[in-house]
Design a protein around this ligand. Structure first.
Ligand code: SF4
Length: 359
């Protein structure tokens, strides 16, 4: 091994019984754990990417009630799928779920394949998710290494290696492979994830005194737990100013569909202009289009994506006369339709709330 100390890595398997004992006593009761079928494990793992457990539980239960199996997911309409995902963010995850479901219908008779490589070949399933499904749902001795697991291992080994490096991750993955309990691979995967999620917490706050492996943890012994793991500094987010117009005309509201690629691809939005517009600028633009109406300033709002932050100024525009042509990507819809049938990203939540509560 180039980055990890092989002698220390060789000691890791002896920690497995401690972690499993702790898991048996302390595991949280989560809906996907009660019946870990391949489909339920798959859906839960995809939902849990970039999203907190507490936020996922309600979505998971609604999703499973509406689309309980691979055939129903493959056959779901785009609107149903997006509505079930609305608010979870990273919508490409939902689209990939459906693409994968269609492949599973075609190539695997509607059953997820019990094979790590075949799982990895499906859209949206990377090595981590394939490892989680393989071990939890199929009982295969495959490692699932995500940020939680890397953090726990980096601390136990007091490793200063950069955990975002693929080469380093590969060595940690080999280390986890050696720790898997052959008789309980699924529980082992979940126990390590659970330890990272509830005890060996990120951002400098590990609860070492309640940790089942504190006696073997080098970072704890050396008082370095809060300094590990090492990650390179993140690039600063790009700030973008936007002007959001909620346009209303004769009790109809205007929404438009975003392009099929890029940020929030294919989702619906209000008019969303780059830059911050002043009231005279907005009024002049309206006159230029031969329209009249009045603007009401709404509260500013911001939304943070992974690499971009939108700083939004909002306006409600009450248009006079009949609704003008919505154009190719736009639609005039009722409030009920907008709230029940259209998927508007959380980025616009402040403005959707205005519609919900005030219009
Ligand atoms: S002792 Fe502390 S730092 Fe070490 S694994 Fe446990 S919680 Fe993490």
């Amino acid at each position: 091994m180039e980055y990890l100390d092989e002698t220390l890595v060789a000691q890791l398997p002896k920690l497995t019984p401690y972690i499993l004992d702790w898991y048996d006593r302390s595991a949280r009761v989560l809906p996907w754990r009660s019946t870990p079928t391949p489909y339920r494990v798959w859906i839960s793992e995809i939902m849990l990417q970039q999203t907190r457990v507490e936020a996922v539980i309600g979505y998971f239960e609604r999703f499973l009630a509406a689309l309980p199996d691979v055939p129903s997911l493959a056959a779901a309409s785009e609107e149903t799928l997006m509505k079930l995902w609305e608010g979870l963010g990273y919508y490409s995850r939902a689209r990939n779920l459906q693409k994968a479901a269609k492949i599973i219908m075609q190539d695997y008779d509607g059953q997820l394949p019990a094979d790590f490589d075949a799982l990895c070949a499906l859209p949206g399933i990377g090595e981590y998710t394939a490892g989680a499904i393989s071990s939890i749902a199929f009982g295969l001795a495959k490692p699932a290494v995500d940020g939680n697991v890397l953090r726990v291992l980096a601390r136990i080994l007091a490793s200063g290696a950069d955990i975002t490096s693929p080469k380093v991750k590969k060595e940690f993955t080999a280390a986890v492979q050696g720790m898997i309990a052959r008789d309980r691979p699924g529980d082992f995967t979940q126990s390590l994830m659970e330890l990272g999620a509830t005890v060996c917490l990120p951002n400098g706050a590990p609860l070492c005194l309640g940790c089942p492996v504190a006696h073997e943890c080098r970072a704890f012994r050396q008082g370095r737990a809060i300094d590990l793991p090492v990650k390179p500094e993140k690039k600063a987010r790009k700030l973008e100013q936007r002007t959001v117009l909620v346009i209303r005309c004769q009790e109809k509201l205007f929404v438009q569909q975003r392009p099929n690629t890029g940020l929030l691809a294919g989702l619906w939005e209000y008019v969303n202009l780059p830059g911050h517009y002043t009231l005279p600028q907005l009024t002049a633009d309206l006159v230029k289009r031969g329209l009249t109406g009045n603007f009401i300033h709404l509260k500013p709002s911001k939304h943070i994506f992974t690499h971009i932050e939108w700083q939004m100024q909002g306006w409600l525009l009450n248009l006079d006369g009949d609704p003008p042509s919505p154009g190719e990507t736009g639609r005039w819809v009722t409030k009920k339709e907008l709230l029940e049938q259209y998927t508007l990203p959380t980025a616009f939540k402040a403005y959707t709330n205005v519609i919900k509560n005030d219009l």
